[in-house]
Ligand binder design. Structure first.
Ligand SMILES: [Zn+2]
Ligand SMILES: [Zn+2]
Length: 372
């Protein structure tokens, strides 16, 4: 079978040939990969800033955003059978007996850091024709989501964040009642999304779906496929080349939620200054090495205390967030069929992966497809 691997030693990225992986554990499932998304993490791995091969190997097969079809199941597999569609999750638990998070199946909250991640950290990824993993790490996908389910993994970032935001909101401020329906939790509240990449756009869709009055703030000037999508889902697009943060804040009123999906520390620090009373600031981007910036920590502390603010970092994601992402993808496809389809810029053969990873993408999410 074909796969795309990085070789950190000689610093090479290339298509390799290898035997398909065998079923080993009784609950193993063999998957035929259909679509595998490319994201910034893949780019960092292919630039050798990140990523670790499995122990004893010189290469790492990349890819962590995928949808696949079940082709074979081990004797102890209970809920999946041949032909089923699944999205495989990414992080695998650490072996530490005292890691409460991993022992509870919530390796996204792992305490030890000894977790592994498929396609990223010490386990091969999904940019290969065939993949084997345990049934418990796969989320079943309704057949109708075949074409868009590759977006599930990037959407889990927003879903995990929103699950925590809703938990916080039901407990603070105290006048919001628990048990508010999902589609009304953001009613009367405003949300600002920083960045118009796939994570930002999927986050904006989830926020609009939850009833937030949503703005997306990014560098590019409209019109573009991304800014058109923002308008189509009923959010407001604002370019940082035309409007400053203070002017944006004047326009939005109290900013209840900021969803950062850029990974630019300077930009995030500027944004935190416009976070409103009782506001929640969610950080999802992982900044690389960036220029040192001066800030005013006293002002930051003063604002956070006097405005009851929360800053929340979040890394994706548990099985619950994958299930929530699939439910929301179904909602997106119902409510905005064109925009949901437009999130996928194109499907390309594996041989083009290298160029797509390093080239400037014109669309929104590029996908490597193994469909014939
Ligand atoms: Zn990714
Ligand atoms: Zn752990």
């Amino acid at each position: 079978m074909k796969a795309l691997a990085v070789f950190p030693g000689p610093r090479e990225v290339r298509v390799i040939q290898r035997e398909p992986p065998p079923l080993v554990a009784p609950d193993d499932v063999l998957l035929r990969m259909l679509d595998v998304g490319i994201c910034g993490t893949d780019k960092e791995i292919c630039s050798f800033e990140y990523g670790t091969p499995p122990a004893g190997e010189d290469r790492l097969i990349i890819g962590h955003e995928a949808v696949a079809r079940v082709v074979e199941t081990g004797p102890a597999v209970e809920h999946l059978s041949e032909g089923d569609l699944v999205v495989p999750t990414v992080r695998r638990p650490c072996p530490g007996p005292r890691c409460l998070a991993c022992r509870a199946g919530h390796q996204d909250y792992c305490y030890t850091g000894n977790f592994t991640e498929r396609g990223i950290k010490e386990e091969h990824g999904y940019m290969a024709e065939y993949v084997v993993d345990r049934e418990r790490y796969m989320v079943p996908v309704p057949a109708a989501l075949d074409e868009v389910a590759v977006l599930t993994e990037p959407l889990t970032i927003a879903e995990k964040a929103l699950m925590q935001v809703f938990w916080l909101m039901q407990h603070r401020p105290p006048w919001l009642s628990p048990g508010t329906p999902a589609a009304e939790r953001g009613r009367g509240l405003s949300a600002l999304v920083l960045g118009a990449g796939p994570v930002g756009l999927l986050g904006a869709m989830a926020l609009v779906m939850a009833g937030f009055r949503t703005y997306v703030y990014s560098r590019e000037l409209p019109p573009s496929p991304r800014t058109d999508l923002v308008t189509d889902i009923g959010a407001t697009y604002v370019s940082s080349q035309e409007t400053t943060f203070p002017d944006l804040a004047k326009d939005m009123g109290n900013i209840d939620l900021i969803y950062e999906a850029v990974g630019q520390s300077h930009f995030a620090l500027e944004a935190v200054r416009v976070l409103g009373q009782n506001g929640i600031f969610i950080l999802t981007g992982v900044p690389g090495l960036q220029a040192f910036t001066q800030s005013d920590p006293a002002r930051l502390m003063r604002d956070m205390v006097l405005k009851n603010q929360v800053v929340l970092g979040t890394v994706n994601a548990g099985a619950d967030a994958f299930a929530a992402a699939l439910r929301d993808l179904e909602n997106f496809a119902d409510r905005w069929p064109q925009s949901t389809a437009a999130l996928i810029a194109g499907r390309y053969p594996l041989e083009q992966a290298h160029d797509l990873i390093f080239g400037r993408t014109t669309g929104i999410k590029s996908v490597i497809s193994f469909r014939k």
